[in-house]
Ligand binder design. Structure first.
Ligand SMILES: [Zn+2]
Length: 353
């Protein structure tokens, strides 16, 4: 049902599905199965946006193609309401891990903002417990990143960090600022970010998506080890006044989690063919490709890989190299990373042979 532009028997789709993948940027509340969402809405007595699965998917497609991050984020109110029981959260997390596994993932980090469920009567701790139970039920090695919504007051981010720290070492592997980027620079939440950093909780921050390249550097200065999107860093390439920015980002060792289709849907990029991922990759920036929100954008990780090959002109070998970078920048424990690394290397050796 996802990747509607690709035929199910597409040869490239089949071969790239077998390529080992590392999920670093996937929002659980943006990645439910359509049928699960419908079932959960019915169970909770909530209205469905359309009577059948095709209609529900079309509803999301409409929002995805609205061309703005704010319109894109609208679908989340629906998914969060549907997921707001411990059983639903456990199920959604389990299914996300299973779907990633079936799509070739060998390692995965999922993310969500647990405090958004408080308005539905669930504590942040109850949310994390249910999600981590769901992830643990799958054979896929995975972890959870706690997000805070950047448009909320900084005190909320501090509360989200304290929650994340209570679950650090029990499945929570990182902290992120998500939500409407424009007007809410990461420095607004410097206190929360320092709290996470000082406790050794790795940071990945959404930056350089709806706002410019300077936000990527700001996030790096605040201690981010990875950046969600970061595509607008490409604006500094070829600009004499900002030419050292890309070198600064490279020297920092930061890794970009680029989500091409999502960037097209939010208006951050014109098309996958025109997406600056190619410029950034050629400039030597460490990056990998991700889906962001599988349900909202109606895509899979494999579908994203197919588009990068077919529309952006990458070779499958480039994508495998990106995956090596992704493994090296994962926040999961070394034993999990070593295992994934071996699988990616084996695929590369086989492919090259
Ligand atoms: Zn995201």
């Amino acid at each position: 049902m996802y990747d509607a532009d690709l035929a199910p028997d597409d040869a490239l789709l089949k071969s790239l599905r077998a390529m080992p993948k590392v999920v670093l940027h996937d929002h659980l509340d943006g990645g439910l199965r359509v049928l699960t969402l419908m079932e959960l809405l019915r169970q909770r007595g909530l209205a469905l946006p359309a009577p059948d699965a095709a209609g529900v998917q079309a509803w999301f497609q409409q929002r995805a193609h609205a061309g703005s991050l704010t319109a894109y984020l609208e679908g989340f109110a629906l998914t969060i309401a549907a997921m707001a029981t411990p059983q639903a959260l456990e199920r959604v997390a389990f299914e996300a891990a299973e779907d990633a596994h079936a799509d070739g993932a060998v390692l995965a980090e999922f993310r969500i903002a647990p405090l958004l469920f408080e308005r539905h009567g669930l504590s942040g701790d109850a949310v994390l417990e249910a999600l981590l139970d769901g992830l643990a039920r799958s054979a896929l090695q995975s972890g959870l990143i706690v997000c805070s919504m950047r448009e909320l007051p900084p005190s909320e981010s501090e509360r989200a960090v304290r929650l994340a720290l209570r679950w650090q070492g029990r499945g929570v592997v990182g902290f992120d600022l998500a939500g409407a980027e424009l007007g809410h620079p990461p420095a607004e939440h410097a206190g929360a970010l320092a709290l996470a950093r000082d406790a050794g909780l790795p940071l990945t921050l959404h930056a350089g998506e709806a706002d410019g390249a300077a936000r990527v550097l700001e996030a790096v200065r605040l201690g981010a080890r990875r950046i969600g999107h970061g595509l607008r860093l490409a604006e500094a390439i070829g600009d004499p006044s900002r030419s050292h920015w890309v070198d600064d980002v490279k020297a920092s060792g930061v890794h970009l989690e680029v989500c091409p289709t999502s960037n097209v849907h939010t208006g951050a990029a014109g098309s996958v063919a025109l997406h600056p991922i190619k410029l950034l990759w050629r400039a030597g920036v460490s990056l990998s490709f991700h889906t962001d929100n599988r349900l909202i954008s109606c895509i899979t990780h494999t579908g994203e890989a197919v588009r990068l090959v077919r529309e952006a002109g990458f070779e499958p070998a480039d994508l495998a190299q990106m995956t090596l970078h992704a493994v090296q920048h994962s926040f999961l424990p070394e034993s999990a990373r070593e295992h994934a690394l071996a699988q990616v290397r084996a695929w590369i050796a086989e492919d090259a042979g």
